[in-house]
Structures are given as C-alpha cells and as structure tokens.
Design a protein. Sequence first.
Length: 189
Amino acid sequence: MAGIEAQLEAIRSRLRQLLSTHLNQLQPITRSYAAGEIVIEQGEAAERVFLVSSGVLAVEHVEAGHPARVLALVQEGEILGEMGLFGDNRHTAQVRVEQGPASLLVARSDDLLQALLFDTELVLEMLALSGARCRQANHNLALLLDAIQALSSSDSTALNECCTSLREGSPSLANAAEQLLQIQNSSTH
C-alpha cells in the first residue's frame, strides 16, 4: 500500500496549498486538543471541518457494547469531517487525539462548501482524498477477507502474508491480524 500512502501525501500537499488560498473565506480558528480528547463524535451534525496542523488523530468506528475500532490514523495536512458534508450531514466516525497535543484549524462546513462551489481544483483534491481513502479501505477489507480465506483453507503461508500486511495498518487491523494468528494456532493444537 506504499502507492496509496504516496498518493495521500501528494494529495495532502496540494490540499494544504489550495486550502491556504481560502483561509480568508474559511476564517478558521485554531484549537488545541489533548491526547485522548474526542474531536468529533460519531453521529453528530457535521457543522465543522478540521485541518490537522500537528498531532496524530485516530478515526474510530463506535458500536454500542464494543470498544472503538481504529479505522485510520491521520496526521498533519489531513482534513477531517469532510465526509459529513455529503449525504445525511452527520459524522460517520469518531475522531480522537491519538498523539497530542494536536493543533487543528477548525472551519464551518458551510464555508468550505461555499469555497468548493467556486474552486474546481479544491473539489478535485477533496475527491482525490476521498478516493484514496476508499482505496485504502478496500485494500484493508480485501486483506481481511484473504486472511479469513487463508485461515479457512489452512494456508498458513497466505495467512502470514496477509497478517504481515495488516500489521502495517491501523492498530485495529494489527489486532485483527494477531487474533487470526491466534485462531490458527489454537486450531492446530
């Protein structure tokens, strides 16, 4: 997935440049968040978007009765909350500061939408970011499915390859890799 990470870095760089040209229109405020602090609550109205200036944030999926699952880690130059601009205008994930303190530029979603109306380059970069994130999610899902298939067919070589790749992802994916290997070990004993 080194290709997607390189793509994301290029997108982050272009997005930072484009957003900097809209700072007067966006009128962002700078907010600092401590490690562990929740920046976005899953399900809340998407009234703000965030540009990460520093820190590492965990994008998490929360289900009642289960621990939060880290889907991705985001860092400087990433934008957060943009998916809430489309669809039902609700945040589909929780965002927590993983390594802080984190400094974020916070702008109103409506101001970003207004900027998007008049800047096709900005629209294209936002779409490129969404596309790269979807490719990453598809890759992770395919790895998990391949690992389950390898486990099911007792193909330890394929399972180990999948688990090695999964460990390079989010903490939740690394944990899933370890669980798959534990299942394999317990079924062979």
